[in-house]
Design a protein around this ligand. Structure first.
Ligand code: C2E
Ligand code: CA
Ligand code: CA
Length: 506
């Protein structure tokens, strides 16, 4: 209560009116309290002020409650950061100030990775402590002019104000993700979370807070979808990808039941006699709404939807039926290989399932091959070896797909049952471009022969590549130079008319 306050008090009551205000007073025990007080002047018969009556009551609790309510309306109770509503108010204000000053604003949406796991496994108390720590770090990572808020759950947002060079912005974003990723030490435990971030910029990506937020949200979604711990910046391409993903996501479920999926076969040839000895089964999708969609586009969506196993089952089933028919019509051995993601290798009872499939189609086990990419194999643990061994025991051969692109440590080859290597398309394509790819292909051929495993060159597109492979003693090849993937009817026709014995590669 300053001098002005008392001057005002005296001037009001001296003029004969009552004065009403909240006073900060001290209790007898020394503690402060807020008193709501009315001071009223009393006059005598002549109208002179003779006394003042003061009536007051302690309103400390009411004031505190009001303050808390105001705070709750603006701040997140747990982390003390801005809440969603107050963030948007502040962002609107920042945007209009920035546009007057012709300055940009960068909006960052942050979603914690692995937070749900912490909440589920360790309980909400621990989860809350993690959120509080992360919030404090985020607030500490940015500048005073920036706005940090918790939008709810494990979602945070930061508006970076003012002119920022590209380098400044990247440094700030890096600092933010470093802060989230640093170990979180709580009593008796150390926890790790990561951050996925979506970034949009004012005014380039959106002219108001709503648009800006939407673009950052699209970017965040893409960052999460591509894996954790990523930062994605909004761009029209990113938006198109997101829309395409969404369309595929909506359409793919129906693809299974509506019979829109089918299997194409690309023959593989024995280069010594030109005979087609087998074919790779390649899934195809003719969407009623989107037209043909390549597998590289829709397989990740299938995976995200948890339909990977269903897709593999579909291809396996079709491939076995088509293979039985092909072998019957050709009256000679022929094999089919089916692509399988590494995580499905671990599916319980896979070898039993394959044995049953083969038996139903009346096929010998050796007629079916499973293709697993090198990268996926290496990324898996020892369980892969066990899974591969059980396939091999069931008589199903393994092809290591895209060999030469997955990993530089070949030690794993010694630990898995013998398999054929499919030399990656990228390496084969390199043959016509430069000497070093040719040397690598030659080295792989030597390696395979030392290990006693077969080799198939894939993605062979030119005569020149074919000649090189033949000269180097590569026995099997597959690629557009020999035959493209085709429907089963065409495959049967191709196999019958291409001599089925000699000159198939022609
Ligand atoms: P991948 O297993 O490496 O399959 C070979 C891909 O290379 C096929 O593309 C094939 O059409 C293409 N190709 C064959 N010869 C040539 C060539 O000479 N030049 C070029 N540039 N490309 C050639 P596709 O069918 O689009 O499949 C792409 C990828 O999608 C496959 O790569 C495989 O990883 C995956 N995929 C395809 N079908 C299935 C399936 O049924 N199940 C699973 N899990 N994955 C599949
Ligand atoms: Ca393959
Ligand atoms: Ca391949």
């Amino acid at each position: 209560m300053g001098d002005d306050f008392y001057r005002e008090l005296w001037s009001v009551i001296a003029s004969g009116k009552s004065f009403e205000a909240i006073f900060l007073n001290r209790k007898k025990n020394g503690s402060l309290f807020s008193e709501e007080k009315v001071i009223t002047p009393l006059r005598d018969a002549a109208g002179r002020i003779t006394h003042y009556v003061s009536a007051g009551r302690d309103v400390t609790f009411r004031l505190e409650a009001e303050r808390r309510l105001r705070e709750l309306a603006c701040y997140d109770d747990l982390t003390k950061l801005h809440n969603r509503a107050s963030f948007f108010d502040s962002l609107d204000a920042l945007l209009s100030a920035s546009s007057e000053r012709c300055q940009g604003v960068t909006l960052v949406l942050i979603d914690l990775d692995r937070f749900k796991g912490i909440n589920d496994a360790l309980g909400h108390d621990i989860g809350d402590q993690v959120l509080v720590k992360v919030a404090a770090r985020l607030a500490g990572a940015v500048r005073g002019s920036d706005i940090v808020a918790r939008l709810g759950g494990d979602e945070f947002t930061i508006a970076l104000a003012g002119p920022l060079t590209e380098g400044d912005r990247e440094a700030l974003l890096q600092r933010i993700s470093d802060q989230v990723e640093a170990p979180i030490v709580l009593p008796g435990m150390t926890l790790y979370v990561g951050a996925s971030m979506g970034v949009s910029r004012f005014p380039d990506d959106g002219g108001d807070s709503k648009a800006l937020f939407k673009q950052a949200d699209i970017s965040l979604y893409e960052a999460k979808r591509e894996g954790r711990g990523r930062t994605k910046h909004y761009s029209p391409t990113l938006k198109r990808n997101a829309e395409r993903y969404h369309q595929i996501y909506q359409a793919i479920r129906r693809a299974f039941s509506a019979g829109e999926l089918w299997v194409a076969y690309q023959p593989m040839f024995d280069l010594r006699n030109g005979q087609a000895v087998g074919a790779e089964a390649l899934v195809r999708w003719n969407s009623r709404t989107l037209g043909p969609v390549p597998p590289t586009e829709f397989l990740p969506v299938v995976h995200d939807l948890g339909l990977g196993g269903k897709l593999t089952d579909f291809v396996l089933e079709r491939a076995c039926q088509d293979l039985a028919r092909t072998r019957a019509e050709l009256a000679r051995p022929f094999s089919v290989s089916v692509n399988m993601p590494a995580d499905e290798l671990h599916a319980h009872g896979l070898s039993g399932k394959l044995e049953a499939l083969l038996a139903r189609a009346g096929l010998p086990a050796g007629a079916l091959k499973i293709e697993i990419t090198e990268g996926a194999l290496v990324a898996q643990d020892d369980g892969s070896t066990a899974a591969l061994e059980s396939l091999t025991r069931a008589g199903v051969d393994i092809y290591i797909d895209d060999f030469g692109t997955g990993y530089s440590n070949l030690g794993y080859l010694g630990h898995i049952p013998l398999a054929s290597l499919k030399i990656a398309r990228q390496l084969i394509a390199g043959i016509r471009q430069g000497a070093s790819a040719g040397k690598i292909v030659r080295a792989i051929l030597h390696l395979a022969s030392a290990l006693g495993v077969g080799v198939i060159a894939e993605g062979v597109e030119t005569r020149e590549e074919l000649r090189f492979l033949e000269a180097e003693g590569c026995q099997y090849a597959q690629g557009f130079a020999l035959a493209r993937p085709m429907p089963i009817g065409e495959l049967l026709h191709f196999l019958k008319t291409s001599g089925a014995g000699e000159g198939g590669a022609g």
